[in-house]
Design a protein around this ligand. Structure first.
Ligand code: SAM
Length: 235
């Protein structure tokens, strides 16, 4: 009899066993039910003054772990609303002893508004943000004008925002929204040799969708003081 086994790192029981031995407290920030939030002091959180990048909806943390490992002089903070995934991401960071990455268990909108300081982020990453891309779901979508107001508030000048999705219609919505933001200048997507792009996929969903042969839509914008041009890139 053949039986398909989940990969060890993604099996709940393996994670429970690993969690019993690995301390997640250095990597997991529990803010999901925090009654009061104060804004982060990045230097206090990471113990250094390096630039901070923020990933919204980190899932199981593949991007967070790979990018933190490849860029030790930058700090990475993810946020994930699912406790199970936030713990899996923290476990991934802890297993690799990454000192420059943390994951928050919490809801992105509340945390962005109340805990992320202004003009402090070097980059924001939004990859395969949510399943709410249909028109009837638009009120539940993560990427909307309110979110972009927060992006403009929290990014440093010359900071970047990166989007990825497999849903062409949602990508068009994001492009249209970004076109209304004159301080963003669209630039080409990162080169495949950039360490931010791991050989086997940017994120878990990127890896999964590429294996299924789906098109992935990618966009990268720099926050500037001038008017932006456009330079679309998909892969
Ligand atoms: C489709 S998954 C993609 C995960 C990961 N970025 C990837 O590409 O593999 C979207 C993730 O975003 C999380 N998410 C959606 N809305 C969120 C929100 N408002 N705050 C925090 N996380 C959110 C979901 O729980 C889910 O894990």
């Amino acid at each position: 009899m053949t039986q398909t086994q989940p990969a060890a790192s993604e099996s709940d029981s393996a994670n429970r066993a690993a969690k019993a031995r690995i301390d997640l407290s250095r990597h997991l920030i529990e803010l999901a039910h925090a009654p009061e939030l104060t804004r982060f002091d990045w230097e206090a959180l990471f113990g250094n003054p390096h630039p901070v990048e923020f990933e919204i909806g980190s899932g199981k943390g593949l991007f967070l772990a790979n990018v933190a490992a490849s860029k030790p002089t930058r700090n990475f903070l993810g946020i994930e609303v699912s406790r199970k995934y936030a713990e899996q991401a923290a476990l991934r960071l802890a297993k690799r002893s990454l000192t420059n990455a943390r994951i928050i268990h919490g809801e992105a909108r509340a945390i962005l508004e109340r805990a992320i300081p202004g003009q402090g982020l070097a980059a924001i990453h939004v990859y395969f943000p949510d399943p709410w891309w249909k028109t009837r779901h638009r009120k539940r979508r993560l990427v909307d004008p309110w979110l972009l107001d927060q992006v403009e508030r929290t990014l440093k000048p010359e900071g970047e925002i990166h989007f990825a999705t497999d849903v062409a219609a949602y990508f068009t919505v994001i492009e249209r929204l970004m076109e209304t933001r004159t301080r963003f200048h669209r630039v080409p997507w990162l080169s495949p040799v950039d360490p931010e792009l791991s050989a086997d996929g940017l994120t878990n969903f990127d890896r999964k969708y590429r294996a299924q042969g789906r098109s992935i839509h990618l966009a990268r914008y720099v926050f500037t003081n001038g008017d932006g041009g456009t330079d679309a890139t998909s892969s």
